[in-house]
Design a protein around this ligand. Sequence first.
Ligand SMILES: Nc1ncnc2c1ncn2[C@@H]1O[C@H](COP(=O)(O)OP(=O)(O)OP(=O)(O)O)[C@@H](O)[C@H]1O
Ligand SMILES: [Mg+2]
Length: 238
Amino acid sequence: MGSTVVLQDVWYRYPGGDWILRGVNAEFIKGINLIVGSTGSGKTTILRIAAGTAVRIHGGELRGSVEVGGKSVLIPQDFDYFILNLTVEEELMYSLESSGVPVGVARREAKVLAENLGISHLLDKRVSTLSTGERQRVAIASALALGAEILLIDEPLAYQDPIGARSIVELLSRIDVDSVIVAEHKAHYFLETASRVYITNHGKVVQVNAPWVSLEVSSWVEEKDDWWLKCLGGSSGM
Ligand SMILES: Nc1ncnc2c1ncn2[C@@H]1O[C@H](COP(=O)(O)OP(=O)(O)OP(=O)(O)O)[C@@H](O)[C@H]1O
Ligand SMILES: [Mg+2]
């Protein structure tokens, strides 16, 4: 199947805090990997670990083995990392140039990328003036411009209405990366396209195979985003 990020017996705690992850084993594969779980259960932390930013940016202590088989780029839930006074075109060119694309070619490549992602009409706008939905698309384009092979994305649907949410899911399922690892509360949007689903629970990660094939759960999945509680079935982790 081809794994892209493999976590083996991973423990992590933020500075001065208790262990957040307690012996996590997870193998993320090609395609879309969905991480669900209750607030504060460690979804964002897992993305930070896969991005290599947990200790580098937040400090703390990491134990265990983390293997990342390609260039990973994290799109955090807030977009603080954008240089907000740039136009979308400048932002994409900046990312392309940072990943080694020659200056003379970057403008053309930025235009092609924008066309592929349906954001050509935004190229001249300043990132600071975009809606959060538009900014999410630009963030994805920017990650691709940076050469992302493994895209880590935190709650991309948080500010989307249903139509916007479906279009982001469609976009993430067709972009040219090896693997997408997405943490999301509005998880049902991803169920049809996810190759694997993981639930963060009490410091562990539980993998569920195609929970939607279970009749009992699938009747829930339609309208409830906490369907994964049924998958846990009262278990407290692996
Ligand atoms: N920078 C930080 N410093 C200290 N503790 C943190 C930091 N970031 C997160 N935590 C703590 O780590 C735990 C896991 O947080 P995390 O953000 O990974 O959860 P989450 O599953 O993404 O939650 P949510 O669904 O609300 O986004 C929480 O108890 C949180 O308070
Ligand atoms: Mg989070």
